[in-house]
Design a protein around this ligand. Sequence first.
Ligand code: DGJ
Length: 753
Amino acid sequence: MCIIINKQKNTFHLCNEEISYIMTVLPNSQMGQLYFGKRIKEREDYSHLLEILPRPMASCIYDTDKAFSMEHIKQEYGTFGATDYRIPAAEVIQENGNRISEFCLHDYRVEPGKPKLPGLPATYTENDAETDTLILGLEDQQAGLRLELTYTVFARGGIIARSARFLNHGGQTLHLSSAMSLCMDLPDSEYDWIQFSGAWARERYPKVRRLEQGIQSVGSLRGHSSHNHNPFVILKRPNTDESHGEALGFSLIYSGNFLAQAEVDTYDTTRVLMGIHPNGFDWKLSPGEEFQTPEAVMVYTDRGMNHLSQTFHSLYQKRLARGYWRDRERPILINNWEATYFDFTEEKLIKIAEKAKECGIELFVLDDGWFGQRSSEHAGLGDWTPNLDRLPEGINGLAQRIEDMGMKFGLWFEPEMVNRDSDLYREHPDWILAAPGYRSSHGRYQYVLDFSRKEVVDCIYRMMAKILSEAKISYVKWDMNRSITECYSAALPPDRQGEVYHRYILGVYDLYERLTEEFPQVLFESCASGGGRFDPGMLYYAPQAWTSDDTDAVERVKIQYGSTYCYPLSSMGSHVSAAPNHQLNRNTPLRTRANTAYFGTFGYELNLNLLSEEEQEEVKEQIRFMKEYRHLIQFGTFYRLKSPFDGNITAWMTVSSDRKEAVAGWYRTLNGVNMPYTRLRLQGLDPEAEYEVEVRGSCERGTFSGTQSFRIGTRCGDELMNLGLITSDASSGQNENAESCDFDSRIYILKAK
Ligand code: DGJ
């Protein structure tokens, strides 16, 4: 990895073995983009890559020149008002109302390693040799504004991390009405755009469409990254598939309002923008003040979508997630939410926990309803003190009983919210986000605390820290169950109201930072009505997240599949729940619920006492299986094999780093009769190795079991990857032994001999 600076030719070349990222200083001293893609050799001169053609209708910079127009030049950080008509990366309003900016290169520096972004989540290094960072210092003299564009190139992987920082060193007050983290001008538009969209309980479905002239974007104005769209998009070449071809991934390490956008211009170049959503954003920069954007990560691959995802997985698993739990196998947990909802007593919880312990579960999590007057959605949020009617010895007493059983104890919080029926609200009604003169809308009867105010965050911190330090708590589920409305802070002046959304998220990050620092061994799991804040920003503080409130196995396969495009399995909370399922009323086999949930951070979300003895035995075997394979599943190399969005069969697998072991999941939505022969091409194996292959679930001989493995035989790695594993089954309609069914699934286990 290195950063090569050619002072004569004014070029900057960031590279490692896989990628090159090349920029140049343009004749007007602004920064031009020359190339981002597969590694190319260092050359003396790249000036031929700078395309400047005279174009009809162009507005030009120089009096004597009819070609030099910013409209047609690929740039690093396009700005508004001076010949570039595309959507800019930033917009700055000066005291005289001027919105035109011109950022010219003033200085630059190269630093080993990677600087931290104060108050914001970001990728990091463990030693300086892992990355190099280039910081370009640009100046808009007229505005008295300095812009620092930061580029970090990693030694391994096609990764460039970027962010921007604005420093007002002039004498006037400025307003940033847009400040993107990333602007990337690509030379053509032959891409499929993939976004990850959906809704509550059906998050992150990949949606693919061809880029066309005009703007394609996704974003959130909900105050959290949202179920609706994820801050991650892919541009892939039309012929790129999971194992071949070029793709670019763009991911924003941020949990609030965001925009991800591609604008294809008249000449088929593409501008990608990513950052805080400019709608509702207005950051006042008084003289001497600075503004730091969140970090955006770009990944390039020419080896297909699985490779793109694997690059994000290892980066986010090892250099975004932090702390004690980063590299550790995650505890198998039981959560009481779907088992009891608000209807529980300590004794009821203990019975659930006892059965869980008997089955081998390691962590008992008490969800919503343990505090204040919280016996329904209407009351209690904000009062983080135990309800002694339900828990006579408080959290301390319950946690101790669970610990005495030999399990760890975890607890649910929703720190950012308050019910009107709570002591906190009665004492501080002005602590919610609310616009003067307007009605305050609720979501689930709750209101959003103004986390842009330090005293509010401090107060919640004190309540949470007290509980965490008094009781033996090993895990926290941090929930957030509504989007923000009436985003107005009573504590900020009128000309700073455009800062509230971002200041709110900074407050959330601040609370996370304080708690994770003070309680480093507590495992944090983030949640926002399931996957409403399933983003890289959260991963920096909480190494796992509740993937979705939808626990139906068939739906979960889709949600988890879509999530794997960016996020590692170690980040995905995935639990076995009851049948019929509480969201869809669907019955799926217990084995399928587990076979789906294994591919994440495994757990249960039901009352195991209500299962038959046979099912309880199956659960014990599932837990035994997961304990044996969770390291491989959670930390192995993950491959998508067959998409639930393309057909009846879904398949995926993880492979150990030495390629000696692999576990594959196979899921079939509907059963069929007299079905065609089928094969599944595996990936990532050692072509030379011979693997012993076993199956759990229905198999080609018509046997099935949720608890037993059946030996298939010895197969060669090259055969498994090229011919495929035979997966045809015996449900021909004439075989009486065939016990396969709708929503069936199997786990294949491969071990090199
Ligand atoms: C939404 C979460 O996603 C659920 O798992 C549960 O914790 C409820 N909130 C509790 O209110």
